[in-house]
Design a protein around this ligand. Structure first.
Ligand SMILES: [Zn+2]
Length: 297
């Protein structure tokens, strides 16, 4: 298993080195990824990846073109080389819906509601895995407190307004209140909670005994540790990890999980990718496949 992932990672490093220059040179997320995978800072990455990808370009351009058929074949194979080895998934898959500051909802999504033990709503399609995860964790002695799941756009607007107002009431400026609100609260149409695929969770000591609500300290608890390790087996990822704030636009949230499907979640965990970064890779693959299709016509 570990070996398989290691191979995948190496493959990805090689391919990302080609794609940063060849096809996605303007793509900040992939360039960041490249930097992370190789240990190169984004600024020093250009020279290295140009060197690495030079072989791609010279190979293609220096090969003698004997017939148009052969040339199409070699283009096809060089395109195929740029595909990144990820699970079978598509950006239009229901479980990969991206909702963030740049991808806002315009209306409430329609899905069949599933009511959790406390009457919270999730998308019916994730109910079985969600319940299995909580049950398996509880069987291991974990005590979970589910705090929040689905929110309509109006709920999120109210949530946003109330947090913003509470900052204003502390006497800080409008600008400062907006900033502090948006550190943790998504814009009214930009909350993942509106997908029915996300939930906030904690444990009783922090939530009831210490009355601390949702706090980063959750990550020190056995419950959080168990979830970080096992949630991907049920298709869930920690959606706003530490160190990825520039990609997600949301501060680290130790308590917010999102369903993306088991294979996607395990791949994202193994490669430390956020949903934004994973989708960037899928888009890259989709664009390469389109080029391959056009080339084969
Ligand atoms: Zn949340």
């Amino acid at each position: 298993m570990a070996r398989k992932y290691e191979q995948k990672r190496i493959m990805k490093m090689l391919l990302l080195s080609g794609l940063t220059v060849v096809s996605l040179s303007g793509c900040a997320v992939v360039e960041d990824l490249w930097g992370e995978l190789t240990g190169n800072a984004a600024s020093s990455e250009t020279t290295d990846s140009q060197t690495t990808s030079a072989s791609f370009e010279t190979e293609t351009s220096e090969e003698p073109v004997e017939s148009s058929e052969e040339s199409a074949e070699s283009i096809q194979s060089s395109l195929a080389d740029q595909l990144i080895d990820v699970p079978e998934a598509h950006t239009s898959d229901w479980n990969l819906i991206l909702v963030n500051r740049d991808h806002q909802l315009t209306a409430n999504l329609e899905f069949e509601p599933y009511y959790t033990e406390n009457g919270f709503i999730l998308d019916q399609r994730i109910a079985e895995r969600f319940e299995a995860m909580l049950a398996d964790g509880r069987a291991q002695g974990m005590e979970f407190v589910l705090v929040s799941t689905y929110r309509t756009l109006a709920d999120q607007q109210a949530n946003y307004d109330s947090v913003y107002q509470s900052y204003l009431n502390q006497g800080i400026s409008h600008e400062e209140a907006v900033k502090k609100t948006e550190d943790y609260i998504a814009l009214p149409n930009a909350s993942e909670h509106s997908t029915g695929l996300a939930f906030d969770i904690t444990e009783p000591d922090l939530y009831y005994q210490k009355d601390m609500g949702l706090v980063d300290d959750f990550d020190q608890t056995l419950e959080a540790q168990w979830l970080y390790e096992h949630a991907p087996e049920y298709g869930f990822i920690l959606r706003y990890p530490k160190g990825k704030e520039a990609v997600t636009y949301i501060q680290y949230e130790a308590w917010h999980f999102r369903y993306v499907g088991v294979e996607n979640a395990q791949y994202m965990q193994e490669n430390q990718l956020t949903l934004e970064e994973y989708i960037e890779i899928l888009q890259h693959n989709e664009s390469i496949r389109q080029q391959m299709e056009a080339n084969s016509e």
